[in-house]
Design a binder for this molecule. Structure first.
Ligand code: ADP
Length: 649
């Protein structure tokens, strides 16, 4: 710690200390990334200055060339990384290097602790530790910085423990110098060969020259002694990766670029690199990560595409280029046609931007379709991680429903693993017209749900919708391959091939024909249905005969377009005043128990016993679908009574 009187000591914010200890304790086997992260920061600072200078050209000194310099010093055991970018003033130093600005840091650190206990150390990769990774190789870091447009410079200094100091300093030009005092066992970071190797491996694609300070020997003329001189030598290719033709970029370079962009440690799942030419020219390089970022489901989660205009960085997280349902996509879009001083407002109603967005969506969906075709297992891995987000697209952007529908995967009554709708259709037996699905809290519960008995008996497969977003998503999808998606738990399902209202007509037809037996039968049933409705009036909106049941006596169905019971419960837990949705009780007229109750009802239309049974049936229907009972104690008492009667106790 500095002892100068002008130096002010600041405490790190709690989350910085946590991140620092994570760096030291979890990342020790990945030391090389320290250089990558610091070079990335330098490149970002150059991007920012280039952007600011569009409006304020005075920020750039005469003869300005953006560059990053690496100065190794073996004898002092230091490595200095210098950029002439946007720089930081005193307060920016304290803020940017004294806090972790990213939202959700605390939550992340907690998740990481849990993951570590479960033996999963990869999670940390999702949260680039950025600047602090310097402490992997250094035991002290000094940062001397001067903000562009200001004359004052300041020095930040810390040993990466609890505090840092800030004091006034001198710096000739705007920009930042990061001085790493290397740990003894990382002295090789002060060696030229090591730095060349790391830059080639990790940072070759950076759009700015990365120059290494080297000692050149100058031959003496005519007997003069040899001289040694310090000079800078560019050690990277310095052309933006996305501007290079796809064929010239190696897999490793794509991977490293992705890591530079995202701070992820793992390589991406896939990338798509494209150049669009014609009336509009733009390039795109997009990536899908392997794992979801820990805060993906959070509405605050940022968009992942960076916008460049003619290779000038314009903004991070450009949401106009990417719908929210593709928020897991990372990458770069570089337009030749947008103006450099493009504003948010302009982006929002620009036709150019809309065209780019369409291309971005199409490229991503095509890349996913290709993955699904080439490597189903990898695709399922993707779908398990990101499927819920992708499904939102069906709801918000139904114009993509054909492409999205083909990418959906669901559990089902027939498939062992997730199945596609196309595969479902290929398995449909003759006579089946619609695609059936059921929604509930888990596929296990759905598998034994009474609602599906009739479908299963006919050999019809049922898709299980267990994801909270499924219901909304499916409304967007509506149909697939010209086949309607039909909710097997909704009213109106008639497996005998006629709609409910037609069933009514049929009954009337039957009476016209004078079939007395049938008429009597349906009148008796009608009377029982009415009794049921009267007993359960408080709970159900209607009582109807069912064609979907085979083994069970009753089930509860939702009105058409209604909410599945488990979702209704979920919503009510947040929104207590939501009106209760009364459901429809369906009764299996052929079930022996129903027949028996019907007889009893014929004998005594006021029978208390029948009323008790009807209530029990209703409670059973609730239990079978995993819903809570209105009065569990009463149910238990009834069951006991019945068992006692049967057992003769
Ligand atoms: P990240 O880069 O992910 O935001 P870091 O911890 O690496 O996180 O850096 C924190 C902030 O410090 C950056 O967002 C940036 O504002 C600032 N910063 C870091 N390095 C530099 C640099 N070389 N020049 C200017 N600002 C920098």
């Amino acid at each position: 710690m500095s002892t100068e009187s002008t130096a002010k000591t600041h405490k790190f914010k709690a989350e910085v200390s946590q991140v620092l200890s994570l760096v030291i304790n979890s990342l020790y086997s990945n030391k090389d990334i320290a250089l990558r992260e610091l070079v990335s920061n330098a490149a970002d600072a150059l991007d920012k200055l280039r952007f600011e200078a569009i409006e304020k050209p005075k920020l750039l000194p005469e003869d300005y060339t953006a560059r990053i310099r690496l100065i190794p010093n073996e004898s002092d055991r230091t490595l200095t990384i210098i950029d002439n970018g946007i720089g930081m003033g005193e307060s920016a130093l304290a803020k940017d290097l004294g806090t972790v600005a990213r939202s959700g840091t605390r939550e992340f650190v907690q998740k990481l602790e849990e993951a570590k206990k479960a033996g999963d150390a990869n999670l940390i990769g999702q949260f680039g530790v950025g600047f602090y990774s310097g402490y992997l190789i250094a035991d002290k870091i000094e940062v001397v910085s001067r903000a562009a447009g200001s004359k004052k410079a300041a020095k930040w200094s810390s040993e990466g423990q609890e505090s840092f100091t800030i004091e006034p300093a001198e710096r000739e030009e705007a920009g930042t110098s990061v001085i790493l005092h290397l740990k003894e066992d990382h002295a090789d970071f002060a060696k030229g060969w090591k730095l060349r190797e790391l830059v080639r491996r990790y940072s070759d694609f950076i759009d700015y020259p990365i120059e290494l300070q080297v000692e050149k020997t100058i031959k003496g003329e005519d007997g003069e002694e040899e001289k040694k001189e310090l000079a800078f030598e560019a050690i990277n290719e310095a052309s933006a990766l996305w501007t290079r033709p796809d064929k010239e970029v190696t897999k490793e370079q794509y991977e490293e670029f992705y890591k530079h962009l995202t701070h992820d440690w793992e390589p991406p799942l896939l990338h798509t690199h494209f150049a669009v030419e014609g009336t509009q020219m733009f390039k795109g390089l997009l990536f899908l990560p392997k794992r979801p970022p820990f805060d993906m489901l959070n509405q605050e989660h940022k968009h992942g595409v960076r916008l460049y205009v003619k290779r000038v960085f314009i903004m991070d997280d450009c949401e106009e280029l990417l719908p929210r349902w593709l928020r897991f996509v990372r990458g770069v879009v570089d337009s030749d046609d947008l103006p450099l001083n493009v504003s948010r407002e302009l982006l929002q109603d620009s036709v150019l931007v809309r065209t780019i967005r369409k291309q971005v969506i199409r490229r991503v969906l095509d890349a996913l379709a290709k993955l699904a075709k080439d490597d189903e297992e990898a695709y399922l891995g993707f779908f398990r991680n990101f499927g819920s987000v992708l499904k939102e697209g069906l709801h918000f952007d139904p114009s993509y429903k054909d492409k999205l529908g083909a990418l959906m995967r669901y559990e089902s009554s027939k498939a062992d693993s997730l199945t596609s709708l196309a595969d479902y259709v290929s398995r449909m037996p003759e006579g089946q017209k619609d695609i059936y699905y059921a929604s509930g809290a888990s596929s296990k519960m759905l598998a034994s749900s009474p609602h599906l008995e009739g479908l299963k008996q006919r050999g019809y497969e049922v898709l299980y919708m267990t994801d909270g977003v499924d219901q909304w998503a499916l409304e967007g999808l509506g149909e697939f391959d010209d086949k309607k998606l039909v909710n097997a738990m909704e009213a109106g399902l008639d497996l005998d091939g006629s709609k409910d209202d037609k069933a009514e007509d049929k009954k009337e037809d039957a009476s016209d024909e004078g079939s007395d037996d049938k008429k009597e039968e349906s009148d008796e049933l009608k009377a029982l249905l009415e009794r049921c409705k009267q007993v359960l009036d408080e709970h159900v909106s209607e009582v109807k005969p069912s064609t979907r049941l085979t083994d069970s006596p009753v089930c509860l169905v939702i009105p058409q377009g209604g909410l599945p019971a488990h979702l209704e419960r979920l919503i009510r837990s947040h929104q207590q005043d939501m009106p209760v949705q009364k459901r429809i009780l369906e009764i299996n007229p052929t079930h022996p128990l129903i027949q028996r109750i019907k007889q009893e009802h014929e004998k005594d239309a006021e029978s208390d016993r029948v009323a008790g049974w009807i209530e029990l049936l209703y409670d059973q229907a609730l239990l079978a679908e995993g819903s809570p009972l209105p009065d569990p104690a009463r149910f238990a008492r009834r069951m006991t009574d019945m068992m006692q009667q049967t057992a003769g106790a």
